[in-house]
Design a protein around this ligand. Structure first.
Ligand code: PEP
Length: 248
């Protein structure tokens, strides 16, 4: 399975930010790529972005509701994201878990909603600083995975993003040894839960990936790519990360 480098713009980006997607498209055309590329802009920009990038890279949503439609004011379904041009959706990002009280069961239902609409789900999990400090990080991620990843997940419909909460937007990252150990642990959990299908599901790393540290992180075994927040907002930075991935 090819690696995936995904950008999460979070709640950043007005129409003018589409210029960065144009620059990314131009930059990708000039590079030979060892990975797939995805940008998840705010949902308000997906349809315009789709017209602009014309398949040069994939587009995704940052969240969806589990249901396909209904009386859920302000929410978006996976079908709506797909209709706007998305082929992926992030579910269970720690900011959704923290600010919207999303449980593992909510995240699993959203992943199923994504699949129903034909979107690939990027299911996020990761421990807090206190949990790592207490030595509970492997257990915490195992429990999140068990509750958030439906049992019929496959590499075709799902990727996992391991995002230690304390590394998101902080400039801090785990050591290479810690990332290796956690990704190996997540792989073992996936195989336990999904059987053989768990061998092929991509495990992305997310948390303060930037052009300076991407080479060390993204070329580790079992790291199937990255989920990138702040450094995905500028095409030049995001391109530097994408082109930092070596062909296997
Ligand atoms: C994220 O929001 O998923 C993320 C990893 O953010 P950052 O790269 O800014 O730490």
């Amino acid at each position: 399975m090819r690696s995936l480098v995904a950008g999460n713009w979070k709640m950043n980006g007005l129409t003018a930010a589409l210029g960065e997607l144009g620059a990314l498209k131009d930059g990708l055309a000039a590079s030979s790529l060892a990975c797939d590329v995805l940008v998840c802009p705010p949902a308000t920009l997906i349809a315009q972005a789709n017209g602009l990038v014309q398949g040069a890279f994939a587009l995704g949503g940052q969240d969806c509701r589990a249901e396909a439609s209904g009386a859920f004011t302000g929410d978006l379904s996976a079908e709506m994201l797909k209709d706007a041009g998305a082929s992926y959706v992030i579910v269970g990002h720690s900011e959704r878990r923290q600010y919207h009280g999303e449980s593992d069961a909510d995240v699993a239902a959203k992943a199923r909603g994504a699949w129903r609409a034909g979107l690939k789900a990027i299911i996020c999990l990761g421990e807090t600083e206190a949990q790592r400090g207490a030595g509970a990080h492997h257990q915490v991620c195992a429990v999140q995975l068990e509750g958030s990843v439906p049992q019929d997940a496959t590499a075709a419909n799902t990727a996992i993003a391991y995002e230690p909460v304390w590394a998101i937007g902080t400039g801090k990252t785990p050591s290479s040894a810690d990332i290796l150990a956690m990704h190996a642990h997540i792989r073992a959990c996936l195989v336990r839960r999904l059987g053989e299908a768990g061998q092929d599901v991509l495990i992305l790393y997310g948390g303060s990936v930037n052009p300076n540290n991407c080479g060390d992180i993204l070329n580790l075994p079992e790291v199937g790519g990255a989920l990138v927040g702040g450094a995905s907002l500028k095409a030049a930075d995001f391109l530097a990360i994408i082109t930092g991935i070596k062909a296997p």
